[in-house]
Ligand binder design. Structure first.
Ligand code: HEM
Length: 425
């Protein structure tokens, strides 16, 4: 906890000038405080210009490589034979998986290499096939409408708690046919799974372990209730009854279920908040949206690019390899900074800006590439489209009236508080 606080204070003064003065070798972009202060972009801009494949020899996460340009990130993400996601080698985040004492030995294919990854991904894919998700669309829309209708206009509210968290939890509960009155559990378990102990959500690894075991037991019950009851469009029923998934060992089933919950929770939540922030920072784009609501279609992927809900994914080199003129050695960790690649001016026109009518809005890194490319990407877009269509029907302006507060995390690019005032249509 102490390290976290001290580090936070140390980074308070970052500006373009102070960042330019730091010796390259001392740059450590994985410091969570840089993301909370939202100054990490200054560091990424410098790395993209001066040292796009950068080595940090000392950090609280140990030594690591930073890959900051769009095409280099693509090269790593699409080369799973050399860059491994395997949990035993450290997994998919700069913070090594084996440091986590609360590991329940859950099997999640996001942290596996082929052939096991491919088999498990294939088994879960039917559960979120577009045809299945479309069945859920009217329910999601109805519930989103009810949440938005209950909001007060012309008074300050926190958009994150009142809207983003509510909408995302509601969608998750709908997808999993989770008891409505217990839906806060889902969002809690998702937060606990990704939390750094000591940074506000859980106090210790032990507490995390305890809560995740509770989650496991809860899902065990619900899974058993659904076996041999194939009616229902929810993901648990589909997985418990589909020939491809129903015989998975319990912890494999549970791990993949949690992956579906976690994968879609923080990411979508922060996209909903990020979209409001972006439209306020770029009022000309908000004007365009009001004049032509059909732009929601291209705005949604642009929100996902601009926000970049997961700042990075990590790989471990399993052989010596050259990237961008640098020699990466077997066993070293390689961080693909999606947030930086999405700001790469050499690939994306006006990359810093939020532009809702880009000709090719899906050309971004937020969902990754290669064999681990986000499985829920169409679902995420569907949810965001529904939410924005319903917001636009009701409010002429979601006005940001104070500074956003951000999550202390180098992985989840989160907005924890966003004061707004709603203006009715
Ligand atoms: C805006 C929302 C979302 C973002 C930005 C996002 C981002 C990502 C990223 C970056 C990856 C890893 C890609 C890679 O390593 O190359 C990933 C994988 C994954 N995501 Fe998402 N995600 C989102 C929504 C969702 C949703 C709604 C679901 C749930 C159904 C989901 C389920 C998954 C799964 C299962 C994987 C693992 C895929 C694999 O390893 O093969 N995601 N996502």
């Amino acid at each position: 906890m102490e390290t976290v606080v001290l580090e936070h204070l140390a980074s308070e003064a970052d500006t373009a000038e102070t960042v330019a003065a730091i010796p390259l070798a001392e740059i450590d972009v994985a410091r969570p405080s840089l993301f909370q202060k939202d100054t990490v972009g200054l560091f990424f801009a410098r790395l993209r210009r001066e040292d796009p494949v950068h080595y940090c020899s000392e950090s609280r996460f140990g030594p690591y490589w930073s890959v900051t340009k769009f095409n280099d990130i693509m090269a790593v993400d699409t080369n799973h034979k050399v860059f491994s996601s395997e949990a035993k080698l450290g997994g998919i985040a700069v913070d090594d998986m084996h440091r986590d004492q609360s590991n329940l030995e859950l099997e999640m294919f996001i942290a596996m290499d082929p052939p096991k990854h491919d088999a498990q991904r294939k088994a879960v894919t039917p559960a979120i096939a577009p045809s299945n998700l479309l069945l859920l669309e009217p329910v999601i829309r109805e519930r989103a409408a009810a949440i938005l209708d209950a909001l007060p206009v012309d008074e300050e509210i926190d958009w994150v708690q009142r809207v983003s968290v509510e909408l995302t939890t509601m969608t998750l509960a709908t997808l999993f046919d989770f008891p409505w009155e217990e839906r806060a559990k889902l969002s809690r378990w998702s937060d606990v799974t990704t939390a750094i102990p000591g940074a506000g959500i859980v106090g210790s690894y032990e507490q995390r372990r305890k809560e995740l075991i509770e989650c496991a037991m809860y899902f065990k019950g619900r899974w058993e209730q659904r076996i041999d009851r194939p009616e229902g469009n929810d993901l648990i029923t589909m997985m418990a009854n589909s020939p491809a998934t129903r015989d998975m060992p319990f912890f494999e089933f549970l791990g993949n279920l949690l992956l579906l919950i976690v994968g879609g929770n923080d990411t979508t939540r922060n996209s909903i908040s990020g979209g409001v922030l972006a439209l306020n920072r770029y009022p000309d784009q908000y004007r365009k949206l009001r004049e032509d609501p059909s732009l929601i279609g291209s705005m949604v992927p642009e929100i996902i690019r601009w926000q970049t809900p997961l700042s990075h994914m990590r790989r471990t080199a399993i052989e010596d390899v050259e990237l961008g003129g640098k020699l990466i050695r077997k066993g070293e960790k390689v961080i693909m900074w999606y947030l930086s690649g999405n700001r790469d001016e050499t690939v994306i026109d006006r990359a810093e800006d939020f532009v809702i009518d880009r000709p090719n809005p899906r050309h971004h890194l937020s969902f990754g590439f290669g064999i681990h490319r986000c499985m829920g990407n169409r679902l995420a877009e569907l949810q965001l489209r529904i939410v924005w269509e319903e917001i636009q029907k009701r409010f002429s302006f979601v006005e940001v009236v104070g500074e956003p507060e951000r999550l202390l995390s180098n992985l989840v690019r989160g907005i924890t508080r966003l004061p707004v005032k709603l203006h009715a249509r």
